[in-house]
Design a protein around this ligand. Structure first.
Ligand SMILES: C[S@@+](CC[C@H](N)C(=O)[O-])C[C@H]1O[C@@H](n2cnc3c(N)ncnc32)[C@H](O)[C@@H]1O
Length: 405
């Protein structure tokens, strides 16, 4: 990392700010960027055409749209498309009200006979939901799946997805899915239709804050091969995953209960998962190459006693390297990466250093390195708590790379 770059600790923890304002509060995402940070980074880098290739819950794209900047989002996870598109698409009340009443009435008068989508067993739907909720969820799922108008469909999919998460039998403050224990299950009392109505009203209300003609471009795709021209964007602002799904944040596990009721077949979900950074099997691991980075080489030495972790690291950083190359291909001014350290085989991995070394191979220099305290981002704990506290969850690196010579 360039010695001339100062690591400034910034007052970017936004302790007193509202972090779920406007459309941001419509639907949650794991390890989402906090909106005031995205806003500040937009103010700092002044994009004219903004891309977030790891869109997740759409924070960067929403801030782009709120600030009237053309914005594009990519994510490998199909639920990210629904959330990002819904959060950036304005709707009028009159259009949605009639449809809402219709969908709700159908669900009120519905008797459950069988699941509408066939792969409920693969999704273990009966394990993750209360039996008395099958009827209304099934009816809402069927009605929403059949909506023809694209804008209305994505709006109701997002409202419904948030509802599904609200009523699923899992702990909502944990990063991995875990079924409610009996003592919590007996206390868990949520009504599907009331939840759906509350979510509907809140979503519609929050969308009023979007500029009237906003229209973000949103794509379900792979950062490693994006369908964009060279230099198409001025600026990327993003937070990439810190590691693969097994060792890092399990975005696909988080998604699966919502995916079932949205009618995404389990096989489709599995094939989307193959695009995720770090995914590999016996054949594809042979195609992955250790990227050129001193810090990465050292990591491989430090974890060599655990071959599984070695393969996971090679796979993840090989993909990450391709992602950075692709990101630099489509951008002409600045790339901002928000990332933190992670732990693999009890070894702290300095993701910021690796990122900078990989960009240096491409002739791209770090122009600013900021650090911020991490008060609220939800990051999983990895075993040894001392390592975690010292190296992983309490700080986040904000790396600004300048592409202009
Ligand atoms: C840290 S999250 C981004 C959170 C986002 N900034 C937000 O505010 O919600 C990282 C995202 O990278 C996505 N991802 C992982 N591999 C990807 C790939 N190959 N292409 C595109 N997105 C990918 C994950 O699905 C996840 O949503």
């Amino acid at each position: 990392m360039s010695k001339t770059i100062q690591e400034n600790i910034l007052d970017f923890d936004f302790k007193k700010s509202d972090t779920r304002y406007g459309p941001h509060g419509i639907h949650t995402w794991l390890a989402a960027m906090i909106p005031p940070l995205a806003k500040k980074l937009i103010e700092k880098t002044k994009p004219t055409n903004l891309l977030d290739p790891f869109s997740g819950g759409g924070t960067v794209c929403v801030e782009g749209i709120l600030n009237k900047i053309p914005a594009t989002a990519v994510d490998a996870n199909p639920l990210s498309y629904i959330i990002t598109k819904a959060k950036t698409t304005p709707l009028t009340h009159s259009k949605t009200k009639d449809l809402f009443e219709e969908i709700k009435n159908d669900a009120t008068n519905n008797d459950f006979t069988e699941f509408h989508f066939p792969d409920y067993k693969e999704y273990r739907t009966e394990y993750w939901f209360k039996e008395e909720h099958f009827g209304p969820l099934n009816s809402l799922a069927r009605s929403i799946y059949e909506i023809k108008n694209k804008k209305l469909k994505v709006f109701f999919q997002c409202v419904f997805s948030a509802t599904v998460r609200d009523v699923s039998l899992t702990y909502r403050n944990e990063i991995r899915l875990r079924r409610l224990e009996p003592k919590d299950l007996v206390k868990f009392d949520r009504d599907v239709l009331k939840t759906f109505e509350t979510r509907y009203e809140k979503t519609l209300d929050r969308l009023k804050e979007l500029p009237s003609k906003s229209n973000a471009k949103v794509i379900t795709g792979d950062v490693k091969k994006m369908p964009f021209k060279n230099n198409e964007f001025s600026t990327i602002i993003c937070s990439p995953p810190y590691g693969d799904e097994r060792n890092g944040v399990p975005y696909f596990q988080f998604t699966k209960n919502m995916a079932y009721w949205l009618g995404i077949p389990k096989n489709d979900l599995e094939s989307y998962k193959k695009n995720v950074l770090g995914w590999f099997n016996k054949e594809t691991i042979l195609e992955k190459h250790s990227p050129e980075s001193k810090t990465f080489r050292k990591l491989l030495k430090d974890i060599k006693s655990n071959q599984k972790n070695v393969n996971e690291a090679i796979s993840f950083y090989s993909d990450y390297n391709i992602a950075l190359q692709e990101m630099s291909r489509v951008t002409n001014d600045k790339i901002v990466i928000v990332i933190g350290n992670r732990v693999l085989n009890k070894t702290i991995v300095n993701n910021a250093k690796i990122t900078t070394e990989l960009f240096e191979n491409l002739g791209i220099k770090l122009s600013e390195h900021l650090k911020r305290d991490l008060p609220s981002k939800r990051i999983p704990r990895f075993g040894d708590s001392k390592i975690v506290e010292g190296g992983q969850i309490d700080k986040e690196d904000i790396l600004i790379y300048s592409l202009k010579k």
